[in-house]
Ligand binder design. Structure first.
Ligand code: SAM
Ligand code: SF4
Length: 349
């Protein structure tokens, strides 16, 4: 087959894919997650140690630089962009970034701009998110018990998060609740969380805890396989497989009794790496091609080296050409060290 070719700087690209990002396994990368800050106003026990050392502020990309990198990815075919962290809503001036990125929604180049938040600052920002074209957000709530919530998040206040969710729903945002399944902590609360979410028109997604970064405790104590949760839920609910997809890694069922959707993110018991369409950018401009591998590409140097985006384009292409096949997460007594040293808050959940 003859392909038309075109040239950017010294690189030759086939016309058919023009800017599409295709990895060595034929997967089309069209989803970028951006950790806009690694800082957070909570200290969730599975995510961080209480006494965290954060990335030096001097290394952060400015909001303008983050916009430039995101825009380059969008020109290269990214259709879905999720702002995350750390806690994205504690980054100073974050709404300026949301507002400037919304131009890509208006032009149709970007299909979805969304964010994952702990909800602590949601009441303050919900209306602006809607104004700038955000339609759906994920809010992380692992328990509806205020005492347990404090134990899990160490610094969080459940009442404030629930108030934020109410304001966000009233502003018109669709909300999905994310909950990390934690053995002996929220394990027995999952049925009531399903009823609570579905009674408020919110999906619920359960997540298996992943071995990322050193935390104060032992992950083997926290890890609850979702295969176990699923079997327990089948004692009281009818789970019907649902083909619904959001572009993320969750697989969904409909709960017949509530009519709502329940998602499972199962990196440990059943990984879906073969369909991975994502890469992750840190707030210092490091691109991770896989959440569970150390290999990374520095985008900050090419970003700052030239006012043109050509070099950035080429660095992104080169990075995607070595996206690994998948992660190798294992949590058991013999493997209770993190798979990678960085925390989820650095790479962006
Ligand atoms: N601060 C925001 C929040 O909590 O929603 C966004 C960042 S947080 C890192 C994104 C998601 O990752 C949250 O749903 C959180 O529960 C989850 N998470 C953090 N550490 C995790 C880990 N080690 N394993 C699995 N999920 C984790
Ligand atoms: Fe903060 Fe989110 Fe990590 Fe909790 S999970 S410590 S809210 S970044």
């Amino acid at each position: 087959m003859l392909l038309d070719l075109f040239v950017i700087s010294d690189q030759i690209y086939p016309m058919t894919n023009s800017f599409a990002l295709i990895d060595p396994f034929g997967r089309h990368v069209n989803y970028l997650r951006v950790s806009v800050t690694d800082r957070c106003d909570f200290r969730c026990v599975y995510c961080m140690a209480e006494d965290m050392t954060f990335l030096p502020r001097a290394d952060l990309l400015s909001l303008e630089e983050l916009d430039r990198v995101c825009s380059t990815f969008i020109h290269q075919g990214v259709k879905k962009l999720r702002l995350t962290g750390g806690e994205p809503l504690v980054r100073k001036g974050i709404m300026t970034l949301v507002e400037s990125l919304s131009r890509h929604l208006k032009s149709g180049a970007l299909e979805e701009l969304t964010l994952t938040t702990n909800g602590s600052q949601l009441a303050k920002h919900a209306a602006d998110l809607v104004k700038h074209g955000v339609k759906r957000i994920n809010v992380s709530v692992d328990t509806l018990d205020p005492v347990k919530f404090k134990q899990i998040t160490r610094w969080g206040d459940l009442a404030k998060v629930l108030a934020g969710i109410e304001v966000a729903q009233a502003a018109g945002l669709h909300i999905k609740i994310n909950a990390v399944a934690l053995k002996g902590v929220n394990e027995h609360e999952i049925p009531s969380m399903i009823r609570w979410c579905h009674g408020r028109n919110m999906d619920l997604t359960l997540i298996e805890t992943m071995p990322l970064g050193d935390i104060d405790g032992d992950r083997t104590d926290q890890y609850l396989p979702l295969s176990v949760v699923r079997a327990q839920l089948m004692d009281q609910f009818t789970l019907i497989d649902n083909p619904y997809k959001t572009g993320g890694p969750a697989r969904y069922v409909t709960i017949k009794e509530t009519g709502g959707r329940l998602g499972f993110i199962t990196p440990l018991t059943h990984n879906f790496c073969e369909s991975c369409n994502r890469v992750r950018l840190t707030c210092t401009g490091t691109l991770f091609m896989c959440l569970g591998q150390e290999d990374a590409a520095d985008l900050r140097a090419p970003l700052r080296a030239s006012e043109s985006d050509d070099l950035l384009h080429r660095t992104i292409d080169e990075a995607i050409s070595r996206k690994p096949k998948g992660h190798d997460f294992i949590i058991d007594r013999a493997h209770n060290k993190p798979a990678v040293t960085r925390h989820m808050s650095v790479t962006g959940g």
